[in-house]
Design a protein around this ligand. Structure first.
Ligand code: IMP
Length: 438
């Protein structure tokens, strides 16, 4: 089972960091393949909290190969700051490797992200304003600056000039700002290059070699399926493909190298930023779930929108990612709810009903969740370590999800700590020796 992809099956923030961190212990290599520092993983380990934005979660495990793949967009300031902070806290970062082909977020990308959102006014996407969209746009326009360009002053300068040229108009109001000065920018980025040089490598070759040796490689997705630029709720999406297929492109491996795909889903739903959210909740239940689940963005601190679990969307995620297993996180947050609703269909315009995720934007924007109401439980489940420790209503909740989505649940999160998980029988059966063995 050498290639295992972990993706977010909802709108991001599903708790991928914790699951990846858990599985990383068994893996030899951990690869990030898309997104940038718009992502944020919170990992609680040995009583310490780690907030990572760019670094693969595996970095906390000594002696693992941790790869930032070609599909990631890198803000080198954030990356070098993250490296400094990890080193300061005693983490060995020597296993990090950065693809020479990954694209760089430049100061003008952040300014353009900001300006673009302001220009959209009420129609804004609610981006993280980290420059992600403009950086991917430059990549597609073949005006991107790549990690390898940091190592050659002449090339770097030439590429910055070429990239800035078509943006002059939009950047007019920033023309005097020092961060856009060619000389300053070039020097700043050369310094990053100098600092990152020892980590830069042909990461596709490194990862493929490990797969050839039958070693376990984890491909760690950022964001979530419904934020996918092709398959998500466009235009309220991110600018990359967070779905499983993207792992091959963003890491430089072939489709046959992927053996398993795990979808991480929260026991309820959250979304940050604008866009359709058919099972969204407002009022006291939303407030309660937000507080209990600490639903505030790791990257931007923004309050997350909260809703019931949307099984129409989860079944869609199972389909387009070829999910082989689900890891359901934060089940403990639902404790204390008398009834738990799960979205099993949508009602659209003119009372139309949808059992499958609608492709049409207008339909999606008007879709309202139709629910099945399931009994809740009162017990504190954070101490549960096997399914048998869970109240029957919680077990029934898990079975309902599995039967609806037709994907087994392998792992259930019952608290923030890394040991606060339950490996289900299905999980142990599927992956027992490779993943669950101590
Ligand atoms: P961008 O990725 O910054 O361009 O933002 C586009 C959309 O994706 C916005 O709605 C963001 O809130 C959302 N987004 C980006 N990264 C994450 C993430 O890691 N978790 C949840 N939402 C995200």
């Amino acid at each position: 089972m050498p290639g295992l992809v972990i993706i977010g099956a909802q709108w991001g923030d599903e708790g991928k960091g914790k699951v990846t961190d858990l599985l990383a212990e068994r893996a030899d290599t951990i690869v990030r393949f898309q997104g940038g520092n718009n992502a944020g993983h919170t990992i609680v380990r040995d009583g310490q909290t780690w907030k990572l934005h760019l670094m693969p979660s595996g970095i906390l495990h000594p002696k693992k190969l941790c790869v930032i793949g070609n599909g990631v967009v890198i803000d080198p300031k954030v990356l070098t700051d993250e490296l400094d902070e990890l080193r300061r806290r005693g983490v060995d970062t020597s296993g990090l490797r950065i693809s020479a082909n990954a694209h760089l977020i430049m100061p003008y990308h952040m300014l353009l992200d900001h300006a673009g959102e302001i220009k959209l006014g009420k129609l804004n996407i609610g981006t993280t304003r980290r420059g992600i969209g403009p950086c991917y746009a430059d990549k597609a326009a073949r005006l991107g600056i790549r990690v390898q360009d940091l190592l050659d002053e002449k090339i770097l300068k030439k590429k910055i000039v070429a990239a800035l040229e078509p943006k002059r108009l939009m950047l007019r109001s920033y023309q005097r700002s020092e961060e856009l000065d060619l000389q300053t920018m070039t020097q700043e980025y050369l310094t990053y290059g100098h600092r990152l040089k020892r980590y830069i490598a042909d990461t596709s070759k490194l990862v493929c070699d490990r797969l050839d040796r039958d070693e376990l490689v984890l491909f760690e997705g950022a964001q979530g399926t419904l934020l996918d630029i092709d398959h998500g709720t466009y235009p309220f999406v991110t600018s990359s493909n967070p779905i499983a297929g993207s792992a091959t492109i963003g890491a430089g491996v072939g489709p046959k190298d992927i053996d398993e795909v795990w979808g991480i889903a929260k026991a309820y739903s959250t979304r940050v930023g604008a866009g359709p959210f058919p099972t969204e909740l407002e009022g006291p239940i939303a407030d309660e779930l937000r507080e209990k689940g600490h639903e505030y963005g790791t990257t931007t601190g923004r309050e997350r929108r909260v809703g019931w679990l949307d099984l129409v969307a989860l079944r869609y995620a199972a389909r387009i990612n070829s999910l082989t297993a689900i890891a359901l996180t934060k089940l403990d947050v639902l404790s204390g709810q008398e009834r738990i609703l799960v979205g099993t269909a949508y009602r659209g315009p003119e009372d139309s009903e949808f059992e499958h995720f609608p492709y049409h934007q207008t339909v999606l924007h008007h879709a309202v969740g139709q629910y099945e109401s399931l009994p809740g439980w009162d017990e504190d489940i954070t101490g549960a370590r096997s399914e048998a420790d869970l109240p029957p209503e919680a077990r029934d909740y898990l079975r309902f999800i599995e039967e609806f989505v037709k994907v087994p649940i392998a792992l259930v999160g019952v608290g923030p700590g890394r040991d606060e998980v339950i490996w289900t029988k299905a999980g142990v059966g599927m992956h027992g020796s490779a993943l669950t063995a101590a």
